[in-house]
Design a protein around this ligand. Structure first.
Ligand code: NAD
Length: 291
């Protein structure tokens, strides 16, 4: 297929490279100066979209996505498909899709999990919102860049699945950190607590796969001085998206609200550039009377 790829950063560059190495003809655009193996870099987003069968975007935010769509929808070919894989707010995802569909262009929101490692290895998971017809067209491309693609529902459903999953992860990680911090202050060995919780009703991904305590459980960022992994900045972005969505949808999420606030404080208090599980030593260092 003739593919345009807009946003060639940490995620977009390896994704575009994988499409090119699978034999697709890929042109790309980024506002920064970039070079991606197998991808012809063009001078504008409109040029990257013009005449293409499929156009991917992998951008930092919903407002940037909306402004890029203003530019690429008029340039796009009716009958083409536009796929946004950025993590953005549900409203922007729906607005971008409506803008494309009004011009006769198929649209999907398809955020990913799997991080930079998954993007490089072509093992991402795509959570997709849009029509079955558009999904069927994009599926072979998802198969090049990922290991799994799930059609979750209509426009915005992919972003909804992504931010709810990450809200659950972010909130459970704080709960896990609190459990291990309390146990340590009560004199319980962390390895003993891990042995119990990882096979008991407290088990979850944050304990069993990504334990925030150094030297406990399978290897995780905690064993690498909290080098990401999944950076605190990205977790906070997703937690904030969940809280914006909860406000708009009138959903009660007080635990996630508190977890979001704690991640924000940890970030300001020296967390920059660390994995989100680096909140564990920060929580452990707080006293019971801290606000
Ligand atoms: P990044 O900052 O490395 O890349 C974004 C790229 O978009 C940059 O190269 C930037 O120059 C470019 N850009 C900005 N404005 C542009 C415009 N108007 N036109 C063209 N290009 C523009 O970010 P990333 O880590 O690649 O993440 C991209 C998206 O994927 C984000 O929405 C992020 O939340 C999401 N995501 C990231 C990860 C991760 O582990 N990095 C994991 C899952 C999802």
């Amino acid at each position: 297929m003739k593919i345009g790829f807009i946003g060639l950063g940490n995620m977009g560059a390896p994704m575009a490279r994988n499409l090119a190495s699978a034999g697709h003809e890929v042109v790309g655009f980024d506002t920064a100066v970039v070079a991606v193996e197998g991808v012809e870099i063009v001078a504008s987003a409109a040029e990257a979209a013009a005449g293409r069968d499929a156009v991917f975007t992998m951008l930092p935010s919903g407002s940037i996505l909306r402004s890029v769509y203003e530019e690429i929808v008029p340039a796009g070919r009716p009958g083409a498909i536009f796929v946004d894989s950025s993590t953005v707010d549900v409203e922007s995802a729906r607005a971008a899709a409506a803008r494309a569909e009004a011009a006769g262009i198929g649209a999907l929101d398809a955020p990913v999990s799997g991080g930079v490692g998954g993007a490089a290895a072509g093992t991402l998971t795509f959570m997709v919102g849009g029509s079955e017809e558009s999904f069927a067209i994009a599926k072979p491309l998802f198969e090049v860049m990922g290991a799994k693609a799930v059609l979750c529902g209509g426009a915005g459903a992919g972003q909804t699945a992504k931010i709810c999953n990450n809200m659950i992860l972010g909130t459970t990680m704080v709960a896990v950190c609190e459990g291990f911090a309390l146990a340590a202050k009560l004199g319980l060995d962390s390895a003993a607590l891990y042995d119990v919780v990882s096979t008991s009703s407290g088990q979850c991904w944050a304990v069993n796969t990504y334990c925030p305590v150094p030297g406990v459980g399978p290897k995780s960022p905690a064993d690498n001085d909290y080098h990401p992994g999944f950076a605190i900045e990205l977790m906070l972005k997703d937690m904030n998206l969940s809280q914006d969505a909860a406000g708009l949808a009138d959903a009660s999420t007080p635990l996630a609200e508190r977890a979001t606030e704690l991640y924000g404080r940890y970030l300001k208090d020296g967390g920059q550039g660390t994995d989100f599980s680096g909140i564990f030593p920060w929580i452990q260092g707080r006293s019971n009377t801290a606000d």
